[in-house]
Ligand binder design. Structure first.
Ligand code: SF4
Length: 248
C-alpha cells in the first residue's frame, strides 16, 4: 500500500471529519473539546504519523500540539505498521502524563528538526522489571494515576517489611551460630575441668566391731547364710555374740 492510499483510508475514519478545522488550527491553547475529539479518534496514530512524516508545523494532529509533537524523536526506519504501534504507546503515555484539560500549549508553533531517539526511551521506558527497584518506586510515586501511586506505596511498605525481616533473620542466624560455638566450647571446658580436678576422697570405711572372718566361719558352721564380703547381717552377729558369750 502506498502512502497516499493509506492516508486516504484513515482520513475517512477521522473523528474530526466534517467539523470546523479552525478548532484544530486556531492560535493559543487548543480547546478541551478539540483534544477530547482527538483522544477518542480511531485513527489518531495515523494522523500523528502523517503529521510527523510530512513535518506539519501547525495545528493539532493526533491530538498533540506542535510542542508536544516536537518531543517525539525522529521516527525509526521501520515499517509503517510498526511505527504506528510505537506512536500509540507514546500517545498513551502522554495522555496519562497530561490530561486534555491541563494542556496549555499554543497551537501555532514551528517544528524544528526532530530530537534524538533517546526521547523515545524516555517516553516509552522498558518493562518495569528492568528498572532498579528504587527507580520503579519513584516512578510509581510520581504517577498521575492514584492507583499506581497506591501500588508504589504498598510495594514500598512490603519492601520495608522484607528488609526488616531479612535483617532480623540475619541477626538470628548469627546468634544461633554463636550459641552453638559457645555450647561446643563449654563442653570442651567442662571435659578439661574434669580432667584437672583431683580424685574425690573415698568414704571412710564403717567401723566393724566384730571379727568378720570368725563370725562368717561360725555362721557357716551353724547354718546361717552369710555373704563372703561386706557386712555380716546384724541378727547373725547377735547370734554369734550370744553363742560365744563367756568364751575367752
Ligand atoms: S486525531 Fe484529531 S486531528 Fe487527527 S484525524 Fe483524529 S480527530 Fe482529526
Amino acid at each position: 500500500m502506498n502512502t497516499a492510499t493509506a492516508t486516504e483510508r484513515w482520513v475517512e475514519r477521522a473523528a474530526c471529519a466534517g467539523q470546523d478545522s479552525n478548532d484544530w488550527f486556531r492560535m493559543g491553547a487548543p480547546a478541551r473539546t478539540t483534544l477530547d475529539t482527538c483522544r477518542g479518534c480511531p485513527v489518531r496514530a495515523e494522523c500523528l504519523y502523517d503529521a510527523l512524516t510530512h513535518e506539519t508545523p501547525n495545528g493539532v494532529w493526533g491530538g498533540l500540539t506542535p510542542a508536544e509533537r516536537r518531543s517525539i524523536p525522529a521516527l525509526p526506519d521501520k515499517p509503517r505498521a510498526e511505527v504506528l504501534g510505537l506512536l500509540r504507546t507514546i500517545l498513551d503515555r502522554l495522555d496519562n502524563a497530561a490530561p486534555s484539560d491541563e494542556r496549555t500549549e499554543p497551537v501555532a508553533q514551528p517544528i524544528p528538526a526532530p530530537s534524538s531517539t533517546d526521547a523515545v526511551a524516555k517516553l516509552v521506558p522498558g518493562p518495569p522489571a528492568e528498572l532498579p527497584v528504587d527507580d520503579l518506586l519513584a516512578w510509581g510515586d510520581q504517577h498521575i494515576d492514584p492507583d499506581v501511586q497506591a501500588q508504589a506505596a504498598r510495594a514500598r511498605a512490603s519492601l520495608t517489611g522484607l528488609r526488616n525481616r531479612h535483617s532480623s533473620d540475619h541477626e538470628l542466624n548469627k546468634i544461633t551460630d554463636e550459641e552453638e560455638q559457645l555450647a561446643a566450647r563449654l563442653t570442651e571446658l567442662r571435659a578439661r575441668k574434669a580432667e584437672l580436678l583431683p580424685d574425690k576422697p573415698r568414704g571412710k570405711r564403717q567401723h566393724v566391731d566384730y571379727p568378720a572372718a570368725e563370725v562368717r566361719a561360725w555362721a557357716t558352721a551353724n547354718g546361717h547364710e552369710v555373704s563372703p564380703t561386706g557386712r555380716v547381717r546384724k541378727e547373725v552377729v547377735e547370734a554369734w555374740r550370744a553363742a560365744t558369750a563367756g568364751t575367752p
